[in-house]
Design a protein around this ligand. Structure first.
Ligand SMILES: Nc1ncnc2c1ncn2[C@@H]1O[C@H](COP(=O)(O)OP(=O)(O)OP(=O)(O)O)[C@@H](O)[C@H]1O
Ligand SMILES: [Mg+2]
Length: 581
């Protein structure tokens, strides 16, 4: 086993911690239930050996023993399954929760190079495979190996010479199990991969259905889907060629054992060194070998798959989380932001998106970041919030560097309105208050008022308790944006970051919103990523960003006179300007 697998296995086994008592109890029951599977053959041997002298009482006792041992075995098996299945499912449940919580606390950088589908699979289908591993696969492998060992021990006690028939078979059995599991394992791996592609293709279709329909290319994803499905078909068929061979092979091995036992055992019986009863016992055991061999081969393959799934889960859990807890906790931020000579490139890219950038924003002032698309405005904002770390330079809030500040506090003290706000499945009230669950209904109404949403919400039959999202009322782009504004306002942020807050709105709503936003902006530090002259002119400082650098900053008039890029930008905006500008 390579190092990777053994460290995953260690990780998986360590999860039994906290369930030691139950695991031990289940293990003991498993051991005893295995022992009882060996009993019938022993009874057969004894009965046939005694048959000449046996009376009806003896036969009745054997009758009861066979039935009794089967009942006891059934009870032990049931108890063992219930206990160990529960332990397994609990372990997987805890693991699932831990994984999703861990993922939630990973930095932005982690998500940058991950596919959503892949992460979903790690939390759902990979943990599901683990449930199989803990609940059944592991138990089954142990049970079957114990049975094989038990048979070996009984045979050795009975007659070591005849037991050689079984011992001779053992290397073939082990080799067959090994061969089967290593052949099947990559095949099932490929099947899972094909299945993943199929799922991703469905996801794409449903997410992009609007675009596909608009472009009249509904068939585009369907083609991809059909290709993935074909792949899956081929792989399933080639896997079945291997798995279908397995049963005949196992039967052949056990027939070999039986033939050998009959041949040699028969000879020894004729010679009188082996009793007829013992020969029968031997043959019964040979026949019993089919199940443990077949199952162990399959279960080792399945265990290897589960270990692979486990390593995918483990990999996520090994990712270092963002440190949201340490650092100084400010009760109140003044909101002075100093950016000192920072440079930043995204992970895996050598291109510096921010280059030697310095900027100071005094507390309570507003700055407008202006610049072409892709110049680094959103990146700069993400750096200020500590979502990424600059490779060079330092960012300070109220005189302390980001490393020394409690990031959770910084983020809750900051209201961030993104370009494309996300609305959660739930009620309007839940969507507004989830950043500040203590907010009163009065606060909610005030925020709705400021976000110019009151009228709309009053028009809904259930008001703020209306369900929104996929299962409820659908909101327009502008309504979503205003809801996001209310969500930000209710947290009463000391620092406000607005990424083009007023797009998607009609002129009247936009006017009202701008008025109320300029009220809200008073006394707070505000960074606006602005494309509109209105917001720009209302900011204390305007910083023009180009290719990750600040070309110049100052007042609108200053920049207009001194920076050609800015002048061009303003002039391009003139067409979209309204009368009052
Ligand atoms: N997660 C990411 N990983 C790698 N590169 C990124 C990532 N996000 C942005 N970039 C790159 O960084 C550069 C700056 O992007 P950014 O989003 O900061 O631009 P922006 O100024 O906000 O543009 P816009 O006005 O269009 O929103 C772009 O070249 C972009 O391709
Ligand atoms: Mg942007």
């Amino acid at each position: 086993m390579d190092k990777d697998k053994s460290s995953t296995l260690k990780f998986l086994l360590a999860r039994f911690k906290g369930h030691r008592g139950m695991t031990f109890l289940g293990g003991v029951l498993l051991l005893f239930s295995t022992f009882f599977t060996l009993v019938p053959a022993i009874l057969i041997k004894e009965t046939i050996e005694q048959i000449v002298n046996a009376d009806s009482t003896y036969l009745f006792i054997i009758f009861l023993l066979i039935i009794g041992s089967s009942v006891i075995r059934g009870i032990l098996y049931y108890g063992q399954r219930i206990i160990l299945e529960r332990v397994g499912q609990t372990i997987v449940h805890d693991l699932r929760i831990e994984t999703i919580q861990h993922i939630n606390n990973l930095s932005f950088a982690f998500f940058d190079d991950k596919q959503v589908g892949d992460l979903i699979a790690r939390v759902t289908s990979d943990t599901d495979l683990l449930a199989n591993f803990y609940g059944f696969t592991m138990v089954s492998i142990i049970n079957n190996i114990l049975t094989l060992l038990g048979i070996l021990v009984v045979l050795l006690v009975w007659n070591p010479v005849l037991a050689l028939a079984f011992i001779f078979l053992l290397p073939f059995i082990v080799h067959a199990m090994y061969k089967y599991s290593v052949t099947v394992r990559p095949l099932t791996g490929k099947i899972r991969k094909s299945f993943g592609q199929l799922t991703a293709s469905v996801q794409q279709t449903f997410n992009g259905i609007e675009t596909l329909k608009l472009l009249g290319t509904e068939g585009f994803e369907a083609q991809k889907f059909s290709k993935s499905s074909n792949n899956l078909l081929d792989r399933n068929v080639s896997a079945s060629k291997v798995t279908s061979l397995w049963m005949p092979y196992v039967h052949f091995l056990t027939a070999l054992g039986t033939a050998f036992t009959l041949f040699w055992g028969g000879y020894l019986t004729i010679k009188g060194t082996v009793t007829l009863g013992m020969l029968m016992g031997f043959i019964t055991y040979m026949d019993m070998l089919v199940r443990p061999i077949r199952q162990t081969g399959m279960q080792i393959g399945s265990a290897l798959n589960s270990i692979a799934a486990g390593s995918r889960v483990h990999e996520v859990l090994l990712q270092e989380q963002e440190d949201l807890e340490s650092g100084e906790w400010f009760d109140e931020f003044k909101g002075q932001i100093e950016i000192e000579d920072i440079s930043f490139a995204y992970q895996g890219s050598s291109k510096e998106v921010i280059k030697n950038l310095s900027l100071t924003i005094p507390a309570g002032k507003s700055v407008a970041l202006v610049g072409p698309s892709g110049s680094g405005k959103s990146t700069l904002v993400n750096l200020i919030l500590g979502f990424y770390k600059p490779q060079k330079g330092i960012i300070k809030i109220d005189g302390l560097s980001l490393d020394e500040i409690n990031l959770r506090k910084l983020r809750t003290a900051t209201g961030h309105l993104s370009q494309d706000p996300f609305i959660f499945e739930g009620t309007i009230l839940e969507n507004i208050t989830f950043g500040n669950p203590q907010a009163s209904l009065g606060d909610v109404n005030e925020a709705l008022e400021q976000a110019i949403l009151s009228d709309f919400i009053q028009s809904l039959p259930e008001g703020v308790n209306t369900q929104i999202g996929e299962k409820g009322v659908r909101l327009s782009g502008g309504q979503k944006q205003r809801l996001a504004i209310a969500r930000v306002l209710i947290t009463n942020p000391q620092i406000l970051i607005l990424d083009e807050p007023t797009s998607n709105l009609d002129k009247k709503t936009e006017d009202e919103l701008q008025k109320s936003l300029s009220n809200v902006m008073k006394g707070r530090t505000v960074i606006t990523i602005a494309h509109r002259l209105w917001t720009i002119q209302n900011s204390d400082i305007i910083a023009f960003i180009n290719e990750g650098m600040i070309e110049d900053f100052g007042s609108h008039d200053y920049l207009y006179d001194n920076l050609d890029l800015y002048k061009e930008f303003v002039e391009s905006q003139v067409f979209t300007l309204r009368g009052e500008n």
